[in-house]
Design a protein around this ligand. Structure first.
Ligand SMILES: Nc1ncnc2c1ncn2[C@@H]1O[C@H](COP(=O)(O)OP(=O)(O)OP(=O)(O)O)[C@@H](O)[C@H]1O
Ligand SMILES: [Mg+2]
Length: 459
Protein backbone atom coordinates (compact mmCIF):
# COMPACT_ATOMS: atom_id res chain seq x y z
CA UNK A 1 0.00 0.00 0.00
CA UNK A 2 2.09 2.89 -1.18
CA UNK A 3 -0.42 5.52 -2.04
CA UNK A 4 -1.68 7.77 0.67
CA UNK A 5 -5.10 7.89 -1.00
CA UNK A 6 -5.33 4.09 -0.75
CA UNK A 7 -4.39 4.24 2.91
CA UNK A 8 -6.94 6.95 3.55
CA UNK A 9 -9.63 5.22 1.50
CA UNK A 10 -9.02 1.88 3.20
CA UNK A 11 -9.16 3.31 6.72
CA UNK A 12 -12.20 5.28 5.73
CA UNK A 13 -13.85 2.21 4.18
CA UNK A 14 -13.14 0.04 7.21
CA UNK A 15 -14.46 2.69 9.59
CA UNK A 16 -17.60 3.28 7.53
CA UNK A 17 -18.07 -0.43 6.96
CA UNK A 18 -17.96 -1.22 10.68
CA UNK A 19 -20.25 1.69 11.48
CA UNK A 20 -22.66 0.78 8.74
CA UNK A 21 -22.70 -2.92 9.64
CA UNK A 22 -23.48 -2.20 13.28
CA UNK A 23 -26.18 0.23 12.28
CA UNK A 24 -27.69 -2.07 9.68
CA UNK A 25 -27.73 -5.13 11.94
CA UNK A 26 -29.30 -3.10 14.70
CA UNK A 27 -31.89 -1.58 12.40
CA UNK A 28 -32.66 -4.82 10.62
CA UNK A 29 -33.18 -6.79 13.84
CA UNK A 30 -35.26 -4.03 15.29
CA UNK A 31 -37.56 -3.78 12.29
CA UNK A 32 -38.01 -7.56 12.07
CA UNK A 33 -38.62 -7.86 15.81
CA UNK A 34 -41.17 -5.09 15.83
CA UNK A 35 -42.93 -6.52 12.82
CA UNK A 36 -43.12 -10.05 14.28
CA UNK A 37 -44.26 -8.77 17.68
CA UNK A 38 -46.98 -6.76 15.94
CA UNK A 39 -48.17 -9.89 14.19
CA UNK A 40 -48.30 -11.82 17.47
CA UNK A 41 -50.12 -9.03 19.22
CA UNK A 42 -52.73 -8.71 16.54
CA UNK A 43 -53.20 -12.47 16.41
CA UNK A 44 -53.56 -12.67 20.18
CA UNK A 45 -55.97 -9.79 20.39
CA UNK A 46 -58.15 -11.27 17.62
CA UNK A 47 -58.19 -14.59 19.49
CA UNK A 48 -59.09 -12.81 22.70
CA UNK A 49 -61.91 -10.85 21.11
CA UNK A 50 -63.36 -14.08 19.66
CA UNK A 51 -63.18 -15.53 23.13
CA UNK A 52 -65.12 -12.54 24.49
CA UNK A 53 -67.80 -12.93 21.85
CA UNK A 54 -68.09 -16.65 22.50
CA UNK A 55 -68.32 -16.20 26.26
CA UNK A 56 -71.00 -13.53 25.80
CA UNK A 57 -73.22 -15.31 23.34
CA UNK A 58 -72.24 -18.91 22.70
CA UNK A 59 -74.34 -20.39 19.94
CA UNK A 60 -74.04 -22.20 16.64
CA UNK A 61 -74.71 -18.85 14.98
CA UNK A 62 -71.88 -17.11 16.78
CA UNK A 63 -69.44 -19.94 15.93
CA UNK A 64 -70.47 -19.76 12.32
CA UNK A 65 -70.21 -16.01 12.33
CA UNK A 66 -66.67 -16.04 13.75
CA UNK A 67 -65.54 -18.65 11.21
CA UNK A 68 -67.11 -16.62 8.40
CA UNK A 69 -65.44 -13.41 9.58
CA UNK A 70 -61.98 -14.93 9.66
CA UNK A 71 -62.36 -16.53 6.26
CA UNK A 72 -62.40 -13.00 4.83
CA UNK A 73 -59.01 -12.12 6.37
CA UNK A 74 -55.47 -13.40 6.06
CA UNK A 75 -55.75 -15.09 9.45
CA UNK A 76 -57.50 -18.37 10.21
CA UNK A 77 -59.45 -19.44 13.27
CA UNK A 78 -60.06 -22.95 14.55
CA UNK A 79 -62.37 -23.39 17.55
CA UNK A 80 -62.26 -26.71 19.40
CA UNK A 81 -63.75 -28.17 22.52
CA UNK A 82 -61.51 -29.22 25.39
CA UNK A 83 -60.91 -32.56 23.65
CA UNK A 84 -59.53 -30.61 20.70
CA UNK A 85 -62.42 -31.70 18.45
CA UNK A 86 -63.06 -28.98 15.92
CA UNK A 87 -66.40 -27.24 16.32
CA UNK A 88 -65.86 -24.40 13.93
CA UNK A 89 -63.11 -23.19 11.59
CA UNK A 90 -62.60 -20.52 8.94
CA UNK A 91 -61.19 -23.17 6.62
CA UNK A 92 -60.35 -26.85 6.80
CA UNK A 93 -57.18 -26.99 8.87
CA UNK A 94 -54.07 -27.83 6.88
CA UNK A 95 -51.63 -30.45 8.05
CA UNK A 96 -49.42 -27.83 9.60
CA UNK A 97 -52.36 -26.34 11.51
CA UNK A 98 -53.49 -29.77 12.73
CA UNK A 99 -49.97 -30.55 13.94
CA UNK A 100 -49.84 -27.35 15.95
CA UNK A 101 -53.24 -28.08 17.51
CA UNK A 102 -52.16 -31.62 18.31
CA UNK A 103 -48.86 -30.61 19.87
CA UNK A 104 -50.35 -27.91 22.06
CA UNK A 105 -50.58 -28.95 25.71
CA UNK A 106 -53.39 -27.15 27.57
CA UNK A 107 -51.16 -26.81 30.62
CA UNK A 108 -49.48 -23.89 28.87
CA UNK A 109 -52.70 -21.96 28.85
CA UNK A 110 -53.70 -18.74 30.42
CA UNK A 111 -56.84 -16.75 29.95
CA UNK A 112 -55.29 -14.06 27.79
CA UNK A 113 -53.92 -16.50 25.33
CA UNK A 114 -50.40 -17.68 24.56
CA UNK A 115 -48.16 -18.01 21.62
CA UNK A 116 -47.78 -21.60 20.58
CA UNK A 117 -45.85 -21.23 17.37
CA UNK A 118 -43.43 -18.34 16.84
CA UNK A 119 -40.89 -19.84 14.46
CA UNK A 120 -41.76 -17.68 11.46
CA UNK A 121 -38.58 -18.58 9.65
CA UNK A 122 -39.26 -22.31 9.28
CA UNK A 123 -42.95 -22.99 10.05
CA UNK A 124 -45.81 -22.09 7.73
CA UNK A 125 -47.95 -20.60 10.49
CA UNK A 126 -47.69 -18.43 13.52
CA UNK A 127 -50.23 -19.56 16.07
CA UNK A 128 -51.85 -18.45 19.32
CA UNK A 129 -54.45 -20.07 21.46
CA UNK A 130 -56.97 -18.60 23.87
CA UNK A 131 -59.16 -20.58 26.22
CA UNK A 132 -62.88 -19.85 26.52
CA UNK A 133 -65.39 -20.96 29.06
CA UNK A 134 -69.11 -20.05 29.15
CA UNK A 135 -69.91 -22.28 32.17
CA UNK A 136 -71.52 -24.94 29.99
CA UNK A 137 -69.25 -24.95 27.01
CA UNK A 138 -65.43 -24.87 27.25
CA UNK A 139 -62.86 -24.93 24.51
CA UNK A 140 -60.00 -23.24 22.69
CA UNK A 141 -59.79 -20.58 20.06
CA UNK A 142 -56.75 -21.24 17.84
CA UNK A 143 -55.62 -18.39 15.64
CA UNK A 144 -53.26 -18.94 12.70
CA UNK A 145 -51.43 -16.61 10.48
CA UNK A 146 -49.63 -17.64 7.35
CA UNK A 147 -45.92 -16.75 7.69
CA UNK A 148 -45.53 -16.47 3.89
CA UNK A 149 -46.32 -12.73 3.59
CA UNK A 150 -44.16 -11.96 6.63
CA UNK A 151 -41.26 -13.87 5.11
CA UNK A 152 -41.75 -12.06 1.80
CA UNK A 153 -41.78 -8.76 3.62
CA UNK A 154 -38.58 -9.58 5.49
CA UNK A 155 -36.96 -10.85 2.28
CA UNK A 156 -37.80 -7.51 0.70
CA UNK A 157 -36.32 -5.73 3.67
CA UNK A 158 -33.13 -7.78 3.36
CA UNK A 159 -33.03 -6.87 -0.30
CA UNK A 160 -33.22 -3.17 0.57
CA UNK A 161 -30.45 -3.51 3.10
CA UNK A 162 -28.29 -5.31 0.56
CA UNK A 163 -28.92 -2.55 -1.97
CA UNK A 164 -28.02 0.10 0.60
CA UNK A 165 -24.83 -1.79 1.40
CA UNK A 166 -23.88 -2.07 -2.25
CA UNK A 167 -24.57 1.57 -2.99
CA UNK A 168 -22.45 2.61 -0.03
CA UNK A 169 -19.64 0.51 -1.51
CA UNK A 170 -20.03 2.43 -4.76
CA UNK A 171 -19.93 5.70 -2.84
CA UNK A 172 -16.77 4.57 -1.05
CA UNK A 173 -15.22 3.81 -4.43
CA UNK A 174 -16.12 7.31 -5.53
CA UNK A 175 -14.55 8.75 -2.40
CA UNK A 176 -11.40 6.79 -3.11
CA UNK A 177 -11.29 8.27 -6.57
CA UNK A 178 -11.86 11.81 -5.27
CA UNK A 179 -9.26 11.38 -2.53
CA UNK A 180 -6.72 10.31 -5.08
CA UNK A 181 -7.57 13.32 -7.22
CA UNK A 182 -7.61 15.84 -4.38
CA UNK A 183 -4.85 14.43 -2.21
CA UNK A 184 -2.52 12.24 -4.17
CA UNK A 185 -2.07 14.15 -7.37
CA UNK A 186 -0.96 17.40 -5.73
CA UNK A 187 1.32 15.38 -3.47
CA UNK A 188 2.87 13.63 -6.45
CA UNK A 189 3.35 17.01 -8.15
CA UNK A 190 5.05 18.36 -5.03
CA UNK A 191 7.24 15.30 -4.77
CA UNK A 192 8.34 15.80 -8.36
CA UNK A 193 8.98 19.46 -7.65
CA UNK A 194 11.19 18.74 -4.65
CA UNK A 195 13.09 16.14 -6.66
CA UNK A 196 13.74 18.77 -9.30
CA UNK A 197 14.89 21.17 -6.60
CA UNK A 198 17.33 18.65 -5.21
CA UNK A 199 18.69 18.18 -8.72
CA UNK A 200 19.39 21.89 -8.93
CA UNK A 201 16.45 22.80 -11.18
CA UNK A 202 14.99 25.69 -9.23
CA UNK A 203 12.46 26.95 -11.77
CA UNK A 204 9.52 24.80 -10.70
CA UNK A 205 5.91 25.85 -11.06
CA UNK A 206 3.30 24.40 -8.73
CA UNK A 207 -0.46 24.86 -9.15
CA UNK A 208 -2.39 27.03 -6.72
CA UNK A 209 -4.21 24.61 -4.44
CA UNK A 210 -6.06 27.08 -2.25
CA UNK A 211 -5.58 27.68 1.41
CA UNK A 212 -5.78 24.28 3.07
CA UNK A 213 -2.79 22.35 4.42
CA UNK A 214 -1.91 21.00 0.99
CA UNK A 215 -2.18 24.46 -0.54
CA UNK A 216 0.09 25.87 2.16
CA UNK A 217 2.61 23.10 1.57
CA UNK A 218 2.55 23.80 -2.14
CA UNK A 219 3.05 27.53 -1.50
CA UNK A 220 5.98 26.79 0.80
CA UNK A 221 7.64 24.62 -1.82
CA UNK A 222 7.04 27.31 -4.42
CA UNK A 223 8.58 29.89 -2.12
CA UNK A 224 11.52 27.62 -1.41
CA UNK A 225 12.14 27.18 -5.11
CA UNK A 226 11.95 30.93 -5.72
CA UNK A 227 14.32 31.57 -2.82
CA UNK A 228 16.74 28.98 -4.09
CA UNK A 229 16.63 30.50 -7.52
CA UNK A 230 17.36 33.94 -6.06
CA UNK A 231 20.21 32.55 -4.02
CA UNK A 232 21.64 30.89 -7.10
CA UNK A 233 21.40 34.13 -9.08
CA UNK A 234 22.89 36.15 -6.22
CA UNK A 235 25.75 33.71 -5.92
CA UNK A 236 26.58 33.96 -9.60
CA UNK A 237 26.41 37.77 -9.46
CA UNK A 238 28.44 37.82 -6.29
CA UNK A 239 31.17 35.65 -7.74
CA UNK A 240 31.29 37.81 -10.84
CA UNK A 241 31.65 40.98 -8.75
CA UNK A 242 34.30 39.45 -6.54
CA UNK A 243 36.43 38.36 -9.44
CA UNK A 244 36.03 41.82 -10.88
CA UNK A 245 36.93 43.43 -7.57
CA UNK A 246 40.04 41.32 -7.29
CA UNK A 247 41.04 41.63 -10.89
CA UNK A 248 41.20 45.44 -10.85
CA UNK A 249 43.78 45.90 -8.08
CA UNK A 250 45.69 42.86 -9.29
CA UNK A 251 45.95 44.38 -12.77
CA UNK A 252 47.34 47.54 -11.21
CA UNK A 253 49.78 45.55 -9.15
CA UNK A 254 50.88 43.57 -12.18
CA UNK A 255 51.31 46.68 -14.29
CA UNK A 256 53.19 48.67 -11.69
CA UNK A 257 55.39 45.70 -10.78
CA UNK A 258 56.45 45.43 -14.39
CA UNK A 259 57.27 49.10 -14.53
CA UNK A 260 59.00 49.06 -11.14
CA UNK A 261 61.17 46.20 -12.30
CA UNK A 262 62.57 48.18 -15.18
CA UNK A 263 66.10 49.28 -14.58
CA UNK A 264 65.99 52.52 -16.52
CA UNK A 265 63.66 54.33 -14.15
CA UNK A 266 64.49 56.71 -11.40
CA UNK A 267 64.43 55.60 -7.81
CA UNK A 268 61.81 58.17 -6.87
CA UNK A 269 59.47 56.81 -9.56
CA UNK A 270 60.12 53.27 -8.45
CA UNK A 271 59.17 54.32 -4.91
CA UNK A 272 55.98 55.84 -6.15
CA UNK A 273 55.07 52.65 -8.05
CA UNK A 274 55.87 50.50 -5.06
CA UNK A 275 53.65 52.67 -2.91
CA UNK A 276 50.82 52.19 -5.36
CA UNK A 277 51.43 48.45 -5.23
CA UNK A 278 51.38 48.62 -1.45
CA UNK A 279 48.12 50.59 -1.50
CA UNK A 280 46.46 48.14 -3.88
CA UNK A 281 47.54 45.09 -1.90
CA UNK A 282 46.18 46.71 1.25
CA UNK A 283 42.88 47.08 -0.52
CA UNK A 284 42.87 43.42 -1.49
CA UNK A 285 43.61 42.44 2.09
CA UNK A 286 40.77 44.62 3.40
CA UNK A 287 38.42 43.26 0.78
CA UNK A 288 39.26 39.69 1.67
CA UNK A 289 39.00 40.40 5.38
CA UNK A 290 35.57 41.91 4.90
CA UNK A 291 34.42 39.02 2.75
CA UNK A 292 35.65 36.64 5.37
CA UNK A 293 33.76 38.59 8.01
CA UNK A 294 30.54 38.28 5.99
CA UNK A 295 31.12 34.59 5.40
CA UNK A 296 31.45 34.08 9.14
CA UNK A 297 28.21 35.97 9.73
CA UNK A 298 26.50 33.86 7.06
CA UNK A 299 27.55 30.65 8.70
CA UNK A 300 26.42 31.95 12.06
CA UNK A 301 29.96 31.27 12.97
CA UNK A 302 30.60 34.44 14.82
CA UNK A 303 29.56 35.23 18.31
CA UNK A 304 28.13 38.33 19.81
CA UNK A 305 28.82 38.77 23.46
CA UNK A 306 26.50 41.49 24.58
CA UNK A 307 27.23 43.65 27.56
CA UNK A 308 25.72 46.88 28.82
CA UNK A 309 27.36 49.82 27.09
CA UNK A 310 27.10 53.47 28.12
CA UNK A 311 26.81 55.16 24.75
CA UNK A 312 28.31 58.52 25.61
CA UNK A 313 31.81 57.44 26.70
CA UNK A 314 31.81 54.66 24.13
CA UNK A 315 31.19 56.97 21.16
CA UNK A 316 33.44 59.64 22.58
CA UNK A 317 36.36 57.20 22.45
CA UNK A 318 35.65 56.26 18.84
CA UNK A 319 35.30 59.90 17.81
CA UNK A 320 38.64 60.64 19.34
CA UNK A 321 40.14 57.94 17.18
CA UNK A 322 38.65 59.26 13.91
CA UNK A 323 39.01 62.97 14.56
CA UNK A 324 42.43 63.30 12.88
CA UNK A 325 41.08 61.84 9.62
CA UNK A 326 38.10 64.21 9.66
CA UNK A 327 40.33 67.14 10.59
CA UNK A 328 42.64 66.50 7.67
CA UNK A 329 39.63 66.85 5.35
CA UNK A 330 38.40 69.82 7.35
CA UNK A 331 35.14 68.13 8.25
CA UNK A 332 33.66 69.15 11.56
CA UNK A 333 32.46 66.37 13.85
CA UNK A 334 29.48 67.26 16.03
CA UNK A 335 28.39 64.97 18.82
CA UNK A 336 25.21 65.18 20.82
CA UNK A 337 24.33 62.53 23.36
CA UNK A 338 22.95 62.48 26.88
CA UNK A 339 25.05 60.64 29.38
CA UNK A 340 22.36 58.20 30.49
CA UNK A 341 21.76 56.30 27.23
CA UNK A 342 22.79 52.68 27.34
CA UNK A 343 22.27 49.57 25.22
CA UNK A 344 23.25 45.92 25.35
CA UNK A 345 25.71 45.17 22.59
CA UNK A 346 29.00 43.61 21.70
CA UNK A 347 31.48 46.52 22.03
CA UNK A 348 33.80 45.26 19.28
CA UNK A 349 30.94 44.83 16.83
CA UNK A 350 29.34 48.13 17.75
CA UNK A 351 32.64 49.88 17.14
CA UNK A 352 32.89 48.16 13.75
CA UNK A 353 29.39 49.44 12.88
CA UNK A 354 30.10 53.03 13.90
CA UNK A 355 33.53 53.13 12.25
CA UNK A 356 32.03 51.84 9.00
CA UNK A 357 29.35 54.52 9.01
CA UNK A 358 31.79 57.28 9.94
CA UNK A 359 34.11 56.03 7.22
CA UNK A 360 31.33 56.46 4.66
CA UNK A 361 30.48 59.93 5.97
CA UNK A 362 34.10 60.89 5.64
CA UNK A 363 34.60 59.32 2.23
CA UNK A 364 31.47 60.68 0.62
CA UNK A 365 31.55 64.25 2.02
CA UNK A 366 33.41 67.13 0.44
CA UNK A 367 35.84 69.13 2.61
CA UNK A 368 34.57 71.93 4.86
CA UNK A 369 31.27 70.27 5.75
CA UNK A 370 30.13 68.79 9.01
CA UNK A 371 29.09 65.36 10.23
CA UNK A 372 26.77 65.06 13.15
CA UNK A 373 26.38 62.10 15.49
CA UNK A 374 23.14 62.22 17.40
CA UNK A 375 21.85 59.84 20.07
CA UNK A 376 18.30 59.88 21.36
CA UNK A 377 15.76 57.63 22.96
CA UNK A 378 12.35 56.83 21.54
CA UNK A 379 10.05 54.64 23.58
CA UNK A 380 12.01 51.43 24.16
CA UNK A 381 14.70 52.20 21.63
CA UNK A 382 17.98 54.05 21.47
CA UNK A 383 18.62 55.64 18.08
CA UNK A 384 22.12 56.51 16.94
CA UNK A 385 22.11 58.61 13.77
CA UNK A 386 24.94 59.86 11.65
CA UNK A 387 24.19 62.83 9.36
CA UNK A 388 26.64 64.05 6.81
CA UNK A 389 26.53 66.86 4.29
CA UNK A 390 28.02 64.74 1.56
CA UNK A 391 27.16 63.83 -2.00
CA UNK A 392 24.07 61.91 -1.01
CA UNK A 393 22.57 58.86 -2.68
CA UNK A 394 19.98 58.81 -5.49
CA UNK A 395 16.66 57.54 -4.13
CA UNK A 396 16.45 54.57 -6.48
CA UNK A 397 19.82 53.31 -5.25
CA UNK A 398 18.93 53.28 -1.56
CA UNK A 399 17.26 49.81 -1.52
CA UNK A 400 20.40 48.21 -2.99
CA UNK A 401 22.92 49.75 -0.63
CA UNK A 402 22.96 46.76 1.70
CA UNK A 403 23.74 44.33 -1.10
CA UNK A 404 27.24 42.98 -1.05
CA UNK A 405 29.71 44.72 -3.32
CA UNK A 406 27.12 47.31 -4.30
CA UNK A 407 28.45 50.80 -4.91
CA UNK A 408 26.54 53.78 -6.18
CA UNK A 409 29.14 55.19 -8.45
CA UNK A 410 31.67 52.52 -9.16
CA UNK A 411 34.59 54.67 -10.26
CA UNK A 412 34.27 57.33 -7.59
CA UNK A 413 33.86 54.84 -4.83
CA UNK A 414 36.85 52.86 -6.04
CA UNK A 415 39.01 55.92 -6.07
CA UNK A 416 38.07 56.29 -2.43
CA UNK A 417 38.99 52.73 -1.77
CA UNK A 418 35.52 51.28 -1.25
CA UNK A 419 34.50 47.79 -2.18
CA UNK A 420 30.83 48.10 -1.33
CA UNK A 421 30.93 45.77 1.66
CA UNK A 422 30.77 48.23 4.56
CA UNK A 423 27.01 48.69 4.67
CA UNK A 424 26.23 45.00 4.20
CA UNK A 425 28.44 44.24 7.18
CA UNK A 426 26.73 47.00 9.17
CA UNK A 427 23.31 45.58 8.36
CA UNK A 428 24.24 42.01 9.31
CA UNK A 429 25.82 43.14 12.56
CA UNK A 430 22.97 45.43 13.56
CA UNK A 431 20.43 42.71 12.83
CA UNK A 432 22.46 40.17 14.75
CA UNK A 433 21.97 42.49 17.72
CA UNK A 434 18.23 42.53 17.10
CA UNK A 435 18.46 46.12 15.83
CA UNK A 436 17.52 47.91 12.62
CA UNK A 437 19.34 50.18 10.22
CA UNK A 438 17.74 52.69 7.83
CA UNK A 439 19.15 55.20 5.39
CA UNK A 440 17.67 58.48 4.26
CA UNK A 441 19.46 60.58 1.72
CA UNK A 442 19.12 63.53 -0.66
CA UNK A 443 21.51 63.91 -3.53
CA UNK A 444 24.02 66.72 -3.05
CA UNK A 445 22.58 67.48 0.37
CA UNK A 446 23.62 64.66 2.59
CA UNK A 447 22.87 61.30 4.06
CA UNK A 448 21.46 60.18 7.37
CA UNK A 449 21.99 56.63 8.61
CA UNK A 450 19.97 55.57 11.63
CA UNK A 451 20.59 52.51 13.75
CA UNK A 452 18.13 51.47 16.41
CA UNK A 453 18.77 49.18 19.34
CA UNK A 454 16.64 48.09 22.24
CA UNK A 455 17.29 50.17 25.32
CA UNK A 456 19.70 48.50 27.71
CA UNK A 457 18.53 47.54 31.18
CA UNK A 458 19.41 50.09 33.75
CA UNK A 459 21.74 48.58 36.27
N1 LIG B 1 27.27 58.60 3.65
C1 LIG B 1 27.20 58.34 2.35
N2 LIG B 1 27.04 59.35 1.43
C2 LIG B 1 26.95 59.05 0.13
N3 LIG B 1 27.01 57.82 -0.39
C3 LIG B 1 27.18 56.78 0.45
C4 LIG B 1 27.27 56.98 1.86
N4 LIG B 1 27.40 55.77 2.45
C5 LIG B 1 27.39 54.87 1.44
N5 LIG B 1 27.26 55.46 0.24
C6 LIG B 1 27.21 54.81 -1.07
O1 LIG B 1 26.82 53.46 -0.83
C7 LIG B 1 27.78 52.57 -1.37
C8 LIG B 1 27.93 51.38 -0.45
O2 LIG B 1 28.50 51.71 0.76
P1 LIG B 1 29.41 50.70 1.53
O3 LIG B 1 29.86 51.29 2.78
O4 LIG B 1 28.66 49.42 1.57
O5 LIG B 1 30.60 50.45 0.53
P2 LIG B 1 31.91 51.32 0.27
O6 LIG B 1 31.96 52.45 1.26
O7 LIG B 1 31.91 51.67 -1.16
O8 LIG B 1 33.05 50.27 0.54
P3 LIG B 1 33.57 49.68 1.92
O9 LIG B 1 32.66 50.25 2.97
O10 LIG B 1 33.45 48.24 1.73
O11 LIG B 1 34.96 50.16 2.05
C9 LIG B 1 29.04 53.36 -1.49
O12 LIG B 1 29.81 52.88 -2.54
C10 LIG B 1 28.54 54.74 -1.74
O13 LIG B 1 28.35 54.94 -3.11
MG1 LIG C 1 31.83 52.04 3.36
Amino acid sequence: MRKISTKLAVSFTIAVFIMESILMIYLHDNIVDTRVTEEFQSLLSRGNSHRDVLEDTYSEGTLHHIALMESKTDTEVVITNTKKEIIASSKAPTKGMSNIIRDHTPAQLNRNGVLIESNWKEMNYLATVTEFSTGTEDGYVYMFKNTGPLRTLIDRLNMHFLLAGLSSLVILGLIHFLLSKIVTRPLVKMKEATEKLSNGEFAVKLPDLGNDELGKLSQSIQKLSNDLENIKRDRVEFLASISHELRTPLTYIQGYTNVALREDIQNSDRKEYLEIIQEESKMIVTLIENLFELAKIDENNFSISKEPIMIFPFLKKILLKVTPAFKSKNIELLFSCKSEHSINADPLRLEQIIINLLDNALKYSPPSTSTQILVKEQEEEVIISIHDQGVGIPEQEIPHLFNRLYRVEKSRSRELGGAGLGLSIVKELVEAHGGKVTIKSKENQGTCVEIRFKKGREV
